[in-house]
Design a binder for this molecule. Sequence first.
Ligand SMILES: Cc1cc2nc3c(=O)[nH]c(=O)nc-3n(C[C@H](O)[C@H](O)[C@H](O)COP(=O)(O)O)c2cc1C
Length: 187
Amino acid sequence: MERLNVLALSGSLRTDSYNRKALQIAKRFASEWGANVTEVDLRELDLPIYDGDIEAKGFPESVLKIKSAVEAVEVLLIASPEYNHSISGALKNAIDWLSRGDNSLNGKIAAVFGASAGGFGTVRAQPHLRQILEALNVLILPQPQLFIKTAHEAFDSDGSLKDKKTEERLKKLVHQTLEIASKLAQK
Ligand SMILES: Cc1cc2nc3c(=O)[nH]c(=O)nc-3n(C[C@H](O)[C@H](O)[C@H](O)COP(=O)(O)O)c2cc1C
């Protein structure tokens, strides 16, 4: 069977983001599993805020770029921060653009997880993300779920997670998502 293609995406733009850190670990687990892994950086991409008038003039280059990056893969790894009990505006904006024209997310399989500074570790944001992605026909496994709480204390200076059980759970989430994707790809 051909190798699975995976695209990693962080909903936080900031350089020292805990979600970016968690995403790097998830990418490593996906590579170790045997997938081709690439990442799209929403800060570098600099998507405009969705505006129907911009769309009416034709998709901007940055939108075409993220749409083709998503269309080229079977699996997405999405690390989402929690902003005011929901996902970040940057992530929602990217998803809104991806849904326009042909829905670039249609039929994708995603692993979603998140890190937050609070004690609940994105437990309120992730159901929102699942709901939005479900609207676009993205398959997300019900379990395992991963909430990295008190994220400012969760990572070692080398970027690894201090709690090895949490790291193991992230590995399980990535590997189980890839197993399902590979089974579906064989049908
Ligand atoms: C606008 C905004 C809203 C936030 N709301 C929440 C929240 O609802 N729950 C929470 O646990 N943390 C909240 N935080 C704190 C974030 O968890 C924290 O900034 C975290 O570091 C963001 O993820 P990042 O490190 O990947 O950028 C908020 C931060 C910002 C900037």
